[in-house]
Design a protein around this ligand. Structure first.
Ligand code: S3P
Length: 177
């Protein structure tokens, strides 16, 4: 089973691009936060309020491990991770062990902030601009560990998905050489 994981900060477009990419590739799509919300029957904001960030991270890691396990009911999978998932070393290890290709969606922090403010989604870690900027700076080094990267600024979702498709084809050709 092939796995592609989209990573990046809040507002990077992991979910929208992930859906578009999955439909181009005819693969399944899964959004880690959505699976967590369904399983826990609570929103991400409610989980943060009830269990704190540490509690959320535990649930996030356990859910990611489940999704990465071989499952005959699931085909090749595009997986959109939450913005903090790839920052956790154990999650990076689980992705590597599963052979997932990791792709970073990039955008300048001002643009990420703008997208988050425009969206309805409640993000507990995006409430204050100062904290948002600090988190972005603190996470950049970990995001750099992704295998591939795509700039998303001023690009339509389909355009980004098409670029990723090309990158994946090139990566596959490289592996076959
Ligand atoms: C988080 C990002 C959110 C969600 C949670 C924590 C983070 O996902 O997982 O609020 O730590 O960056 P998105 O990146 O999809 O907003």
């Amino acid at each position: 089973m092939r796995r592609v994981a989209l990573i990046g900060f809040m507002g990077a477009g992991k979910t929208t691009v992930g859906r578009a990419l999955a439909s181009r590739l005819h693969w399944d799509f899964c959004d880690l936060d959505e699976v967590i919300e369904q399983r826990e029957d609570q929103s991400i904001a409610q989980i943060f309020a009830a269990c704190g960030e540490a509690g959320f991270r535990r649930i996030e890691s356990a859910t990611l491990r489940d999704l990465l396990q071989d499952n005959p009911a699931v085909g090749d999978l595009v997986l959109a991770l939450g913005g903090g998932a790839f920052v956790q070393a154990e999650n990076r290890a689980a992705l590597e062990q599963a052979g997932a290709i990791t792709i970073l969606l990039e955008a300048p922090v001002e643009e990420l902030r703008r997208r988050c403010t425009d969206e309805q989604k409640v993000r507990p870690l995006a409430r204050e601009q100062e904290r948002f900027n600090q988190l972005y700076a603190a996470r950049r080094a970990d995001y750099e560990r992704a295998q591939l990267r795509v700039q998303t600024l001023n690009k339509a979702v389909e355009h980004v998905a098409a670029e990723i498709e090309q990158l994946l084809k090139a990566a596959k050709a490289e592996v076959k050489k």
